[in-house]
Design a protein around this ligand. Structure first.
Ligand SMILES: Cc1cc2nc3c(=O)[nH]c(=O)nc-3n(C[C@H](O)[C@H](O)[C@H](O)COP(=O)(O)OP(=O)(O)OC[C@H]3O[C@@H](n4cnc5c(N)ncnc54)[C@H](O)[C@@H]3O)c2cc1C
Length: 311
């Protein structure tokens, strides 16, 4: 049986692994990738100590620091985390099961889909959820970005460097002032405020979209790429139903990252912790590891866990 399994290796999971290793535990990290969402950020300007760094470079530095501690890492998807006698079972999507006395869930978030006809069909054939990954495919093309928040504006900013024209569709603008100033008015940017996507059109690949406004009007835009940036959903489904979640589906934790199940901790964007940022996820990961170390040291004399308020 492992002492501690950490599911997810974004900023939260990797920081948890570092802190756990430095506490003398032997954390076993299971994750689909190293770096998580932070890899998708072309410019991180708010991680202390780095004035301006690519998200993927920052995550490489995290990984280097974790690897230097000799942390065990397995790349793969976790399908289920469930209570078992004396701890938890962590089952991968390919049928391996790890037993652990304690688990930290740091599975972050995933893009929220639009839920319109054509989206699922053209996923990977013109519909994308990652500008950093796919922008080079649309050099010189007309593309659309859906979403008027920070993610949408960051996506439009990144695409303006290479795409011929960028249509930005949103029911309302919520992006920060700094990002708005960077994007609005740039050549090639066409803002469709008050318009939402109704359907995605294509043959072999995407060739357009149908947008509609609040008054039932419709228009068609000819675009080859559609970048969906309308928010994120927590990846908390891997954990059994008994764990407390809030209305947004985030795992509810207390100030030490403890869930309502003794021995199960959660950190970062998958939780109800305030502020979805790299620096916050990293800090929460550190807290979760310290709490897990305390739990493992004192589990036999365990204080009964207090039910958490759902926020
Ligand atoms: C486009 C974009 C730009 C951003 N820019 C910034 C920025 O400039 N500054 C900033 O501070 N924040 C930024 N953020 C937010 C920041 O990236 C997140 O807050 C942070 O990455 C959250 O870290 P996390 O470790 O909680 O989750 P994530 O980064 O989401 O990591 C989750 C990890 O869990 C793994 N995982 C998920 N499900 C499973 C499973 N079932 N089995 C195994 N592994 C699993 C994933 O592969 C990943 O490794 C940005 C986010 C996006 C999307």
């Amino acid at each position: 049986m492992e002492e501690l399994v950490i599911v997810g290796a974004g900023p939260a999971g990797m920081t948890a692994a570092l802190y756990a290793a430095r506490k003398g535990l032997r954390p076993y990290v299971l994750s689909e990738d190293l770096g998580g969402q932070a890899n998708w950020s072309s410019r991180v300007e708010n991680y202390m100590g780095f004035k301006d760094i690519r998200g993927s470079e920052l995550m490489e530095r995290f990984a280097e620091q974790v690897k230097a501690q000799g942390v065990a890492y397995e790349e793969g998807r976790v399908a289920r985390v469930e209570r078992r006698e004396g701890g938890f079972g962590v089952r991968t999507a390919y049928g391996r099961e790890h037993a652990a006395r304690a688990v930290i869930v740091a599975t972050g978030k995933r893009p929220r889909p639009l839920g319109v006809p054509g989206e699922a069909e053209f996923r990977g054939r013109g519909v994308s959820y990652c500008v950093l990954c796919d922008a080079p495919l649309y050099r010189g093309a007309a593309v659309a970005v859906v979403g008027g928040g920070n993610a949408g504006f960051q996506a439009a900013y990144d695409l303006l460097g290479s795409a011929r024209e960028v249509h930005l569709l949103t029911d309302r603008l919520t992006a920060d002032e700094t990002l708005r100033r960077r994007v609005l008015g740039r050549p090639g940017l066409i803002l469709h405020e008050g318009w939402v996507v109704k359907a995605i059109l294509g043959g072999e690949a995407v060739h357009g979209l149908v947008a509609t406004d609040g008054e039932g009007r419709e228009k068609e835009l000819a675009v080859e790429g559609i970048f969906v940036e309308i928010g994120l959903l927590p990846n908390g489904e891997v954990v059994e139903e008994a764990v407390a979640r809030n209305e947004a589906g985030e795992i509810v934790v207390d100030c030490a990252c403890r869930t309502n199940l003794p021995g199960l901790f959660a950190a970062g964007d998958v939780t109800n912790a305030c502020g979805k940022q790299i620096i916050i996820a990293a800090g929460e990961g550190a807290k979760a590891a310290l709490a897990a170390a305390d739990y493992l040291a004192f589990a036999d004399k365990a204080v009964k866990s207090v039910p958490l308020p759902v926020q």
